[in-house]
Design a binder for this molecule. Structure first.
Ligand code: NG1
Ligand code: ZN
Length: 547
């Protein structure tokens, strides 16, 4: 009997909407939740094949649409070390999601199996989870049908954060290796990160309460469990926007994306000077911090501020450990504030590179560094320790107590960091550790450099696929002539910078601009957005001119 014998029958239960073309974008598939049943079912089939191609290692499937509206949902595959799906498989995902019939689904599976030389006798293993969205149960059922159709050994991790699922996958696949990542359970996760945190802050002065805006998403129950597991005044938190039961609240007027995009505090939070605040996004893989100064003015500490804080701390520890040939580097995207890039290059004197948008691109660049900190400005990122760096640290024979302490701290930091993917909870503990160790307030952290005013706009166009970019998405190669217009607008503003790229998660084009003053920045942003609208088929309202 063919390995795909049951697929057509199961597939018939989850027909593809004929009017939608799906694309595996920056963060997997993402669109209106109810339309994704066939796609999630088929993602389950592909996860099974991917597992077989990896000789039976566990592959993850996460059902989430992150910071997007509650009516949206999405699905993405997690590769065997907990990292994003290998890029060459993204095309397979798109192909199978768009197969127009059940028999075509089977044909595509058969051709992938042949192309990848897959041994179909291997029993596939898949771990899956979802966030709190209302369409989650429906999509989970579709996924389970996909897994049943290929007789997958499946593990349901329930409702967890996206990075927790990445962690579980990595733990499962390293369980019998010389360096197991951890225990693949929620309590294993909380124990690993919680214990590392306590090792690092032990004996330091206690911090004040951290107010966490959990975007009314899965981060709320999970961070409460983390706090219970840590059970120490070093992690004294108050969770706001933690309502996952009431429909219509997820990510609305709250969460990391709202705070970053609007540069204001979330609903239900009144900032008190010297108070400490942070926001997760809906699936808790992003985090930003913020505070109000003595005049009540809001200040954001975004992904750029986190990466510079972390890179500085790691650089100093590596120096204190006496390891000379170990370089800390930083990976950013073009959305990084220009001031942060100058600060990394000119003040910290650390190597920095730009990657395309989407953490998978940053992750790959960071892998090339000895210790690579990567963060998107929106607060999504982590730190990677290259195996060569680990070997070098293992080889050090400390000559002084200070050196031994620095090395111990580096090991503890490595345990504190979720190396598989950006993780709001692990990143939060990392930031908390550094602030506690330095005895810093958020204002002191913020003092390293001052952000240039920036603006991110969205333009809806007839066809965003005509937008093609180069140079880490900083230049347009299509539509022809548009980049010239952007360049001429940028040239008018001191410290001006602007670029245009198609979104990978929404049907829109994004326009980013920064300049020396708020007014210049807004003028530039709206001028570029207007040019995009006029010259590339803008739809709906023309971006409002800045007055
Ligand atoms: P797109 O829609 O491709 O810009 C957005 C974010 C990315 C990344 C993904 C995945 C911005 C400007 N873009 O991608 O950084 O986080 O969502 O969630 O923040
Ligand atoms: Zn997210």
């Amino acid at each position: 009997m063919s390995a795909f014998a049951q697929v057509a029958e199961y597939s018939a239960k989850h027909p593809k909407p004929s009017d939608i073309t799906f694309e595996y974008g920056t963060a997997g598939f993402r669109t209106i939740g109810e339309t994704l049943e066939s796609t999630v079912f088929r993602a389950g089939l592909l996860a099974a094949l991917r597992s077989q191609s990896k000789h039976g290692q566990v592959i993850g499937v996460m059902i989430t649409a992150s910071h997007n509206h509650e009516r949206d949902n999405g699905v993405k595959l997690v590769d065997s070390m907990g990292e994003m799906l290998q890029q060459s498989w993204e095309g397979y995902c798109t192909d199978i999601a768009n197969a127009s019939s059940d028999s075509q689904v089977v044909d595509i599976l058969a051709s992938i199996a042949q192309l990848e030389g897959i041994d179909m006798s291997i029993r596939p293993k898949v771990a899956y989870a979802r966030d709190t969205r209302p369409s989650g149960p429906l999509l989970q059922a579709a996924l389970e049908d996909g897994l049943a159709a290929l007789d997958v050994e499946a593990t349901n991790f329930g409702i967890v954060t996206t990075p927790q699922l990445h962690y579980f996958v990595r733990c499962l696949n390293t369980a019998n290796s010389p360096s197991p990542y951890g225990e693949p359970t929620e309590s294993g996760y909380n124990t690993k990160y919680g214990q590392a945190f306590l090792r690092l802050v032990d004996g330091k002065p206690l911090p004040s309460t951290l107010h966490i805006d959990a975007a009314n998403g899965v981060g709320a129950p999970q961070v409460r469990k983390l706090a219970d597991a840590i059970g120490s005044p070093y992690f004294n938190i108050e969770v706001n926007n933690g309502d996952t039961d009431t429909l219509g609240k997820l990510n609305i007027d709250c969460g990391a994306d709202y705070v970053k995009s609007n540069q204001r505090s979330p609903v239900g939070t009144t900032l008190v000077p010297s108070g400490r605040y942070c926001s997760f996004d809906g699936d808790a893989d992003r985090i930003v911090y913020y505070y109000a100064d003595d005049h009540g003015i809001f200040h954001l500490l975004d992904g750029d501020k986190i990466s510079t804080l972390v890179a500085t701390y790691l650089r100093d520890l590596v120096a204190a450990a006496g390891v000379t040939d170990l370089q800390v580097g930083v990976v950013q995207t073009a959305y990084a504030n220009g001031s942060s890039t100058s600060y990394i290059k000119d003040t910290l004197r650390l190597p920095t590179v730009f990657a395309k948008t989407g953490v998978k691109h940053l992750h790959h660049e960071a892998e090339k560094m000895s210790i690579g900190a990567y963060f998107e400005a929106n607060g999504h990122g982590t730190v990677l320790f290259n195996p060569c760096a680990v070997e070098k640290l293992q080889a050090v024979r400390p000559a002084t107590p200070a050196q031994a302490d620095a090395i111990n701290r580096l090991w503890a930091l490595r345990d504190l960091i979720n190396e598989s993917v950006g993780d709001a909870m692990s990143d939060m503990l990392l930031v908390e550790t550094i602030l506690i160790c330095k005895g810093w307030t958020l204002e002191q952290w913020d003092a390293a450099y001052t952000d240039l005013p920036s603006r991110l706009l969205k333009v809806v166009v007839n066809d965003r696929n005509i937008f093609k970019t180069t140079d880490a998405e900083q230049k347009l190669t299509s539509p022809l002539g548009l980049q010239g217009v952007v360049d001429s607008l940028v040239a008018k503003f001191p410290k001006g910078r602007s670029f245009v790229r198609p979104s990978g998660t929404e049907d829109a084009v994004r326009v980013y601009a920064e300049a020396a003053t708020r007014s210049d920045c807004d003028q530039l942003a709206y001028a570029v957005a207007g040019a995009v609208f006029d010259k590339a088929g803008g739809r709906g309202d023309r971006p409002a001119e800045f007055l």
